[in-house]
Design a protein around this ligand. Structure first.
Ligand code: KG4
Ligand code: ZN
Length: 345
């Protein structure tokens, strides 16, 4: 592979303020992530205005820390890669403006990066494993997205399908609320499911045969119906502990339904497209049941990034920046954020 780039990455698409320095798209020199989870927990989800304000307050310190922890100044950086979308408009703007300011002051090129693409490139940051080979199938499962994409080469994406309603992470977050568990819902459900029986409840799996799409809203409704059947006086949307509910069994059965469909459809798509490798990325790829099911059921290698690289970070943005910088991408400093930017092309 090509040698010699050092990219500063910046990420503010949702509720993490992050900056990182990555060498050659593979080696993390620094990766700083300031999480806003505590700020949003009282709301049971990300509160957009709170997120942008927190990004504004933190971004300088985070970028400075990333540079100082990497022991580099801007003079030894080749380009600034920044998440341009998809994400919360008010949050994206903070990172993009920071990148524009730095680019203007230093004369460095600035590259706008797709956040979903960045999640996939988190796998390139795992240095002790070989670089992923093409063609590969990518499953991106996060709070906002569930996407199946085929990659025939670097920076080329054929979108096969995605969720028609809730994203996988969103389903975890909503069902967690329903069960009275804390935000963020994914880790809370995983923990609650630990002692539970995944077959206690037969929750529906939306296979959507003939497509590579997903749907999780029916599953969410089925959990709601079961909870209501057991606690008829439940008020929807009110989070509170739910004494008497079999939380462990409900969480385990819900998680099993999500995992079943994600793993089943991803492996079928990989086979249908002759992929040599499956990459799983995004916040939900931190889920232990999902990781174990992929390893147990796949006949081709399945790679999932280490936990710290599953959730939002800027190292993955810098990793894409390396490849896009080599491909000649240079963005004008008047580009705008793209809050609904699809991963295609
Ligand atoms: O990629 P990410 O950090 O942010 C977005 O780009 O959305 O993903 C966050 C999502 C949340 O919905 C969170 O509940 C979910 O990832 N998540 C998990 C786990 N850890 C985080 N879902 C299931 N199991 C987990 N262990
Ligand atoms: Zn993400």
């Amino acid at each position: 592979m090509s040698e010699g780039t050092r990219i500063l990455g910046i990420e503010t698409s949702c509720d993490e303020t992050a900056a990182a320095v990555v060498e050659n798209g593979r080696r993390i020199l620094s990766s700083v992530v300031a999480s806003q989870v505590k700020l949003h927990a009282p709301y049971g989800g990300v509160f957009p205005e709170v997120a942008s304000r927190a990004h504004v307050e933190t971004i300088y310190r985070v970028v400075e820390s990333a540079l100082s922890q990497a022991h580099v100044g801007l003079e030894s950086i080749d380009a600034i890669a920044v998440t341009r979308g998809p994400g919360l408009p008010g949050s994206l703007v903070v990172g993009l403006n920071m990148a524009k300011g730095l680019a203007l002051a230093s004369g460095l090129p600035m590259l706008g990066i797709n956040h979903l693409e960045a999640h996939l490139y988190s796998i390139w940051l795992v240095q002790d494993e070989p670089e992923p080979a093409f063609p590969l199938l990518g499953l991106i499962v996060s709070g906002g997205h569930t996407e199946l994409v085929l990659m025939q080469d670097h920076l080329t994406y054929q979108r096969l399908g995605g969720t028609l309603d809730d994203a996988a992470g969103e389903a975890f977050d909503k069902v967690a609320r329903l069960l009275g568990l804390a935000y963020p819902g994914g880790p809370a459900i995983q923990q609650a499911a630990e002692g539970g029986d995944p077959q206690a409840y037969k929750f529906p799996r939306a296979w959507l045969e003939g497509t590579w799409d997903f749907s999780f809203s029916g599953l969410k409704t089925a959990v709601l119906r079961e909870v209501r059947a057991q606690q008829p006086d439940l008020q929807a949307g009110v989070d509170a502990p739910r004494p008497g509910l079999p939380i462990a069994d409900l969480a385990a059965s819900f998680q099993a339904a999500v995992v079943d469909v994600l793993v089943g459809k991803t492996l079928a798509a990989a086979q249908a497209h002759d992929a040599q490798l499956v990459l799983v990325a995004g916040g939900v790829s931190a889920n232990r049941a999902l990781r174990e099911a992929f390893q147990a059921r796949a006949k081709i290698p399945v790679r999932v990034p280490p936990m710290a690289l599953c959730t939002d970070n800027a190292a993955m943005v810098a990793a894409v920046g390396h490849w896009r910088f080599l491909a000649g991408q240079r963005d004008a400093l008047d580009i705008d954020v793209l809050p609904t930017w699809p991963l295609e092309g």
